[in-house]
Design a binder for this molecule. Structure first.
Ligand code: SF4
Length: 387
């Protein structure tokens, strides 16, 4: 058996029964998924209006907000905010990966540390993410024991337990927070009515990244906008349940820089937490997709990663299907939206398992069929006829 086959077998064994157990124990989560679909359809059908409202709300809470039309513009905005010679802690962000945050900031002489365990293992191994929620899914505990020993001289090896591996990384990462000038995160959802960024996690790294450094920068796609803070919280609950991690250890909400009203009940900012709060909203093909009757379905995705495990192609191909961070069935849709890569969809066999398990009932095979037609059209347009 290859390392990938071992890793995916172990992941399926641990994750699939867990999600079923969660959905049986907390039946309201399935209803939330259905409600979220309607909520997100409303946003996708009126995306410009909701982007504008979100930007106004972030400003109202004392934050700074930017709309980047593509990855290049987002990188320029980020470089202006960060400057150089900074220490940065970053919680796993797929949109951050989409715009190459680490490479961009390191080129300006900054140090960037991933703080999510899976994302940190990818950074350490110079590898690529293999799952949208669990980026190091392809690494077995034996691989990780060797990696930590070889790269960081940690007292672990291929026979170490998972608990021993996690304890070593915990010690290493906790030191990084104390020195950080800036914390960067993505967003699981952002509410248009209050400009609040909601993030769900279990490790505690996001909570520290968002409150300990003096500056918090959020990088997220405009598809993460939902109308209200109530919707944003529902989205993180559904996301964590379908990832097999419910109840989540932490749900974090950030609305502007830190503040206090403890003196004469007048709310002033900053208080103990971050003194600056920046939100970079990334378009990068999302607005165009929202106007395409077939493609806009993909924008409903809440990135729970559930569809990966029901996909026979992903189970075989792993990270070699799609362009990281967007692999797997949902990644084939997202690779088309952000990279205009229509070829990746061709691997889909239309088994339909992804659609059955999706909490927001996205018809992934139908979207991928549409992308396959775009690929054929593109090929025909590129045919040159020699006179
Ligand atoms: S397509 Fe559905 S199942 Fe797949 S990641 Fe998105 S929301 Fe989850």
């Amino acid at each position: 058996m290859s390392d990938w086959q071992i890793a995916i077998e172990r992941a399926l064994e641990n994750n699939i029964p867990k999600v079923e157990e969660i959905l049986n124990q907390y039946p309201y989560l399935k209803d939330y998924g259905v409600q979220l679909r309607q909520t997100k359809e409303e946003v996708v059908n009126n995306l410009e209006k909701y982007v504008k409202q979100t930007m106004e709300s972030v400003k109202r809470t004392g934050g700074k907000v930017y709309l980047a039309k593509d990855a290049e513009e987002a990188r320029e905005i980020l470089k202006d905010i960060v400057g150089s010679n900074k220490k940065i802690v970053m919680a796993k962000t797929n949109v951050g990966h989409e715009i190459n945050v680490t490479e961009t900031l390191e080129a300006k002489n900054n140090q960037v540390f991933e703080t999510d365990l899976g994302a940190y293992l990818i950074q350490l191994s110079h590898g690529e993410s293999s799952h949208i929620v669990f980026p190091s899914l392809h690494l077995t505990r034996e691989n990780i024991g060797e990696l930590l020993h070889d790269k960081l001289n940690m007292p672990v090896n291929r026979n170490s337990t998972i608990e021993e591996l996690v304890a070593q990384v915990r010690q290493f990462l906790r030191q990084r927070y104390m020195e950080a000038d800036i914390g960067i995160t993505g967003a699981n959802s952002i509410s248009a009515d209050s400009g609040s960024v909601a993030l769900v996690e279990n490790e505690g790294n996001i909570r520290i990244d968002t409150v300990f450094p003096p500056v918090h920068i959020v990088i997220t796609g405009i598809d993460k906008i939902v109308p209200t803070l109530d919707d944003a919280l529902k989205e993180v609950m559904v996301q964590s349940a379908y990832a097999g991690l419910y109840p989540p250890t932490y749900i974090n909400v950030s609305s502007g820089p830190s503040s206090t009203a403890d003196i004469e009940l007048k709310r002033v900012s900053p208080a103990t937490g971050p003194k600056e709060f920046h939100v970079i909203l990334l378009d990068n093909g999302r607005m165009e997709a929202s106007k395409d009757p077939d493609m806009k379905e993909a924008l409903l995705c809440i990135k729970c990663g559930r569809c990966y495990f029901s996909c026979p192609v992903y189970r075989v191909k792993g990270s070699s299907w799609g362009q990281p961070p967007y692999g797997g069935p949902t990644g084939a849709m997202w690779t088309a939206i952000v990279n205009k890569d229509y070829e990746t969809a061709n691997y889909c066999t239309h088994s339909g398992g992804c659609r059955e398990v999706c909490p927001v009932q996205i018809n992934i095979p139908k979207v991928l069929e549409h992308i396959k037609w775009l690929f054929i059209d593109e090929g025909q347009n590129n045919l040159s006829v020699t006179p």
